[in-house]
Design a protein around this ligand. Structure first.
Ligand code: ATP
Ligand code: MG
Length: 422
């Protein structure tokens, strides 16, 4: 589905906000027909939403491959015995499990993360230091019994995560990878259009350094409190802010503004926490068994999509950055009743599509006002508007949803213009 006629799309926009939805991202995405709310914290992706999700996925995949990540796909059903070995099966230790059981009564877990099964699996492949370093990643649904799931796509009970894991022979090797992934993450947020709003943030849980790193996108819909100095480029999660930390960064409390953010990704050194418990070891030159150093690196795709909506939307609707927009162009034909114009618009649609442009073609028999409102709600960055007038003047109107600018353009210039923008 590179291009599609809107009359064929089974989803429809709606004017009213869903009654049971409190978050802006979910409200807009439901109204515009990107997602369906099945129940609290559980959303299904409809054709438009899936297109956005896939574009985000492709950007992440490209950047994970670039740092040497190898894609895989692990099972969701997880063995209780493995999680007992790392002491994470007990509900008193991990409080957001979804557990289930086999017919014979044996318990299983629905994967909330994948350190245990992957570490266990890697034992079969990592034998000596020559097998290291290795990076493996996947796009997988995670299941978490979140206490509060009020942030729409930003906090689901079932959600798609990219999780990358690194395996290194020593701290030095690990830290090189850690820096490379950090850079890859910075690229990803830039590419999806959140570069200006997303900050590398110091958070709790460091192993080789005093901190782990989160990527926080600033939005009032976020659940985290961040202390930020835009001038010095320093962001600190409230959970680790204290006098000692301020001293470490050589910064005063009043140089930092308090802002709200959503954690759109995090990178974490795990040390030997999992490799020791599950005996993922390699033999060094002297034959000594050394536990592998691990790192884990997560990005929630739905959360990222929700964050884009929260940060960029205006009172009319969503605004997609071009790299993640479901289509490049929203083509609006205002005169579907006029046969001549209809035929001409159809040809124009075919021409754009053949040139490789992804087009949502509003060929529906509805009033222009409704088309304009829907186009602004759906949020495709370029709107190309044609009607009887363009047929007479040989020019069409191009509207940029991101800037609100609008201009008339000769018809034979459109394809070049669009190709240039995308
Ligand atoms: P949070 O602190 O927000 O609860 P977390 O620290 O538990 O998240 P991780 O377990 O490290 O998150 O998961 C990696 C990434 O997955 C997060 O950075 C976030 O982008 C995403 N994520 C985590 N929980 C959810 C969720 N419930 N819904 C959607 N995305 C999520
Ligand atoms: Mg967190």
């Amino acid at each position: 589905m590179k291009s599609i006629r809107q009359s064929q799309l089974f989803t429809k926009t709606r004017r009213e906000a869903p009654k049971d939805e409190v978050s802006k991202n979910a409200e807009l995405l439901i109204r515009a027909g990107f997602v369906h709310k099945d129940m609290t914290g559980v959303y299904s992706y409809l054709p438009l939403g899936l297109k956005v999700l896939k574009k985000i996925e492709e950007i992440i995949r490209k950047n994970m491959d670039a740092v040497g990540g190898q894609e895989m796909f692990l099972a969701t059903l997880q063995s209780k015995e493995l999680w007992e070995k790392t002491n994470r099966w007990d509900d008193k230790v991990v409080d957001n499990w979804f557990k289930t059981e086999l017919k014979n009564g044996n318990e299983l877990g629905l994967g909330l993360s994948h350190e245990e099964p992957l570490t266990n699996l890697m034992r079969e492949y990592i034998r000596s230091s020559k097998d290291l370093p290795k990076l493996a990643y996947q796009f997988q649904n995670k299941f978490r019994n979140e206490l509060r799931a009020k942030s729409g796509l930003m906090r689901g009970r079932e959600f798609l995560m990219k999780d990358l894991y690194s395996f290194s022979k020593d701290e030095e090797q690990h830290l090189v990878i850690y820096e490379q992934v950090k850079q890859a993450y910075t690229n990803i947020y830039k590419e999806v259009g959140l570069g200006d709003n997303t900050f590398l943030t110091f958070a709790s849980g460091g192993i080789f350094a005093p901190f782990s790193h989160e990527f926080q996108t600033l939005t009032d819909a976020g659940e985290d409190l961040i202390y930020l100095s835009r001038e010095k480029g320093i962001a600190i999660n409230k959970e680790v802010l204290n006098d000692e930390v301020l001293k470490t960064f050589n910064i005063e409390r009043d140089e930092l503004e308090e802002v709200k953010g959503v954690e759109v990704g995090n990178i974490f050194s795990l040390g030997t926490r999992f490799s020791s418990a599950l005996e993922l070891v390699y033999a060094n030159e002297e034959g000594k068994r050394i536990p592998v150093i691990m790192g884990c690196y997560g990005i929630g795709l739905g959360r990222l999509m929700g964050a884009i909506v929260e940060v960029l939307a205006d009172e009319k609707g969503i605004k997609w950055p071009k790299n993640v927009s479901p289509f490049h162009v929203h083509l609006l034909n205002l005169d579907t009743k006029n046969e001549l114009i209809n035929e001409w618009a159809n040809n124009f649609f075919d021409g754009l599509t053949q040139a490789g442009v992804e087009v949502l073609y509003d060929d529906r028999d509805v009033r222009p006002g409704e088309k304009f409102n829907d186009a602004d709600l759906i949020g495709i960055p370029l709107q190309v508007i044609i009607g009887a007038r363009s047929f007479e003047t040989g020019s069409v109107e191009i509207k940029n949803r991101l800037t609100g600018d609008s201009e008339a353009m000769a018809i034979d210039k459109i394809v070049d213009y669009v190709m240039n923008v995308i």
